[in-house]
Design a protein around this ligand. Sequence first.
Ligand code: ZN
Length: 147
Amino acid sequence: MVNLLELVLPEVLPGFDFYVLPDEEMPGMAGVTATGGQQTIILSESTYIGLCHGDREARHVAAHELGHLVLHSAQTPMLAKRTRNDTRVDPEWQADRFADLWLVPTDGVRKCRSAKHVAAKYNVSDELAERRWTEVKIEGIQGELFE
Ligand SMILES: [Zn+2]
């Protein structure tokens, strides 16, 4: 994922910028994505270092920011704001969902034996693996019932 941010996106996406800032310059934030015409992802230094070492939380932060880039960079900041009425139009929910699906593809989960297997295969947190394992199992059951 570091290669995607540092090498691929700058080459194929005109106007894309990627920065790493010292943690003290991003208090309380692991990453941020500029939307509203800009296409910039900024990660905190500790998130970046974690990402370079395959840290599971750092991978999810980077995937979440990539979700904002893909889903929200064409929106004005006002449209990308959180609403209370429907979580599906909440940009934070959308970016989290993008990260979940991108890091743990549904077809791959179907080939796993357990949530632990999902976590190991996709190098994601136990919590994310359990969430995807559970929802893919439920989708599978629904598919069997309604096909
Ligand atoms: Zn976000």
